[in-house]
Design a protein around this ligand. Structure first.
Ligand SMILES: Nc1ncnc2c1ncn2[C@@H]1O[C@H](COP(=O)(O)OP(=O)(O)OP(=O)(O)O)[C@@H](O)[C@H]1O
Ligand code: SF4
Ligand SMILES: [Mg+2]
Length: 340
C-alpha cells in the first residue's frame, strides 16, 4: 500500500524516503527490513526513528548515503537528498553529499577511528580531502577545536590522543564533532546513547540540543529508547518489522489519543515509578522474523486490540487530515488507543 509522505505541500524537504524498500538475500530466503517506507525530513527538523531491535532502523539510515551492508540493496522506491535521488548520484557527487549535506554517526561509532593515528591527524586528513570547505587548514582545525568545546571536551587533549586513550563517552562525542566538521545540513545518529552510562547519555542529549540551536543542523536520531526521543525529537517515525507504522509530532506520539497500539505498548514499556513502586509493562512476544511474516498486520500476534481483519489485511498508513499518520485498522476506524 502506498503511504502518503507527510508534509508534502511544504517546500523543499531535505530528505525524502518514498516507498523505499531494502532487500537482503534472494528469492524465498530474502527479507525486507525496510518495506515501502515513506516520510520526509525538513531543514532544521529533529526527527527520531524508533522501534525495537531488528525493525530496520539502521538499514533505513544506511540507505540515505547508499552504505547498506552487503548483501542488502534498494529494490524499490528511493531516497532523495535536497530533491535529488541518491541512486542518480555518481561516486564524486555522493562524496560531496556526504561532506556537505548529510553526515552519519554509525551505531558502531566508537570503533570508527583509526587506532594508529591521533584524532588530530585524522581530522587533518579529512580537511585535506575537502579543501574548499574552509579558507585554510588552520581555519578547519580552529573550527574542529570549537566543535570539541561544544561537545564539552578539551581540544588540546583530544587532538593529540589516540582513540584508545579516550573513554567510550568521549569517543562518542568526538565522533559527533567529526561528523559535523564540514557543516552538514543533517546529521544522522544511529543509537548515539545506547552504549553509554546515564551521565554520558545526558551529556550527548544536551550536545544534540546545542548542535541544533547553535549550528542549525537537522537531526535524525535512530534509537529504541523512547525516553531519549521525548527529550530530543520534535517528530517521530515508528518502525515495526520493516514497516512505518506511525509518524507524527512528538506530542501526538506521546500524548495524543489516536495512537498505534504498538506505540502505546512501547510507551507502556518505559519503566515508571508509580504509587511508590517501579512499574514496567514489557510488550508480550517478540518482533516477528522477517522471513516468516504472517498475512495481515505485522503487530497482530502481539496486539491486544487485534480484530479479525488484522490477521487478514495489512493496514494502510493513513492521515487524520494533518501530518499524523497511523497504520492500524482499529485506530483508523475511529477507535482511540490511549493505553494497552
Ligand atoms: N548484513 C545483513 N545481512 C542479512 N540481513 C540483515 C543484515 N543487516 C540487517 N539485516 C536484516 O535486517 C533486519 C533489520 O536490521 P537493522 O540492523 O536495520 O535493525 P535495527 O532496527 O537497526 O535493530 P537494532 O535496534 O538491533 O540496531 C535484521 O533483523 C535482519 O533481518
Ligand atoms: S491493525 Fe490490528 S493488530 Fe495491527 S496494530 Fe491495529 S489493532 Fe493491532
Ligand atoms: Mg540498528
Amino acid at each position: 500500500m502506498s503511504a502518503p509522505a507527510p508534509g508534502i505541500a511544504r517546500a523543499s524537504p531535505l530528505l525524502t524516503f518514498r516507498e523505499l524498500t531494502v532487500t537482503f538475500g534472494h528469492g524465498e530466503r530474502s527479507v525486507r527490513p525496510v518495506d515501502g517506507v515513506s516520510f520526509e525530513l525538513e531543514p532544521g527538523d529533529r526527527l527520531a526513528v524508533v522501534g525495537e531491535s531488528g525493525c530496520g532502523k539502521s538499514t533505513l539510515a544506511a540507505a540515505i548515503l547508499d552504505v547498506i551492508p552487503s548483501p542488502g540493496r534498494v529494490t524499490g522506491g528511493e531516497v532523495s537528498i535536497d530533491g535529488q535521488p541518491v541512486s542518480t548520484l555518481d561516486r564524486d557527487e555522493l562524496e560531496h553529499v556526504r561532506a556537505a549535506t548529510v553526515a552519519m554517526v554509525f551505531q558502531s561509532a566508537m570503533n570508527a577511528f583509526n587506532p594508529v593515528l591521533t584524532i588530530g591527524t585524522q581530522v587533518e586528513h579529512i580537511l585535506r580531502a575537502h579543501p574548499g570547505v574552509f579558507a585554510s587548514q588552520a581555519e578547519g582545525r580552529k573550527h574542529f577545536e570549537y566543535l570539541l568545546e561544544l561537545v564539552r571536551l578539551d581540544p588540546a587533549r583530544v587532538v593529540r590522543s589516540y582513540e584508545s586513550e579516550l573513554s567510550g563517552g568521549m569517543k562518542q562525542r568526538v565522533a559527533i564533532a567529526v561528523a559535523v566538521l564540514l557543516s552538514p545540513k543533517l546529521v544522522v545518529l544511529d543509537e548515539p546513547t545506547t552504549a553509554l552510562d546515564v551521565w554520558n547519555q545526558r551529556v550527548v542529549i544536551s550536545i544534540l540540543h546545542e548542535l541544533h540551536r547553535t549550528l542549525g543542523i537537522a537531526i535524525m536520531l535512530v534509537t529504541h529508547d523512547l525516553a531519549v526521543v521525548a527529550e530530543v525529537a520534535t517528530k517521530v517515525a515508528v518502525m515495526y518489522a520493516g514497516r512505518l507504522v506511525e509518524y507524527g509530532g512528538v506530542d501526538e506520539i506521546f500524548h495524543g489519543q489516536r495512537r498505534h497500539p504498538y506505540v502505546a505498548a512501547l510507551i507502556g514499556a518505559i519503566p515508571s515509578v508509580l504509587k511508590g513502586g517501579l512499574t514496567v509493562r514489557p510488550i508480550p512476544g517478540q518482533v516477528p522474523s522477517l522471513a516468516e511474516l504472517a498475512p495481515g498486520c505485522r503487530f497482530a500476534p502481539r496486539c491486544q486490540r487485534a480484530v479479525t481483519i488484522c490477521h487478514q489485511q495489512e493496514p494502510a498508513l493513513l492521515a487524520d487530515g494533518g501530518d499524523h499518520l497511523v497504520a492500524c485498522h482499529v485506530v483508523n476506524a475511529g477507535e482511540l488507543v490511549t493505553g494497552v
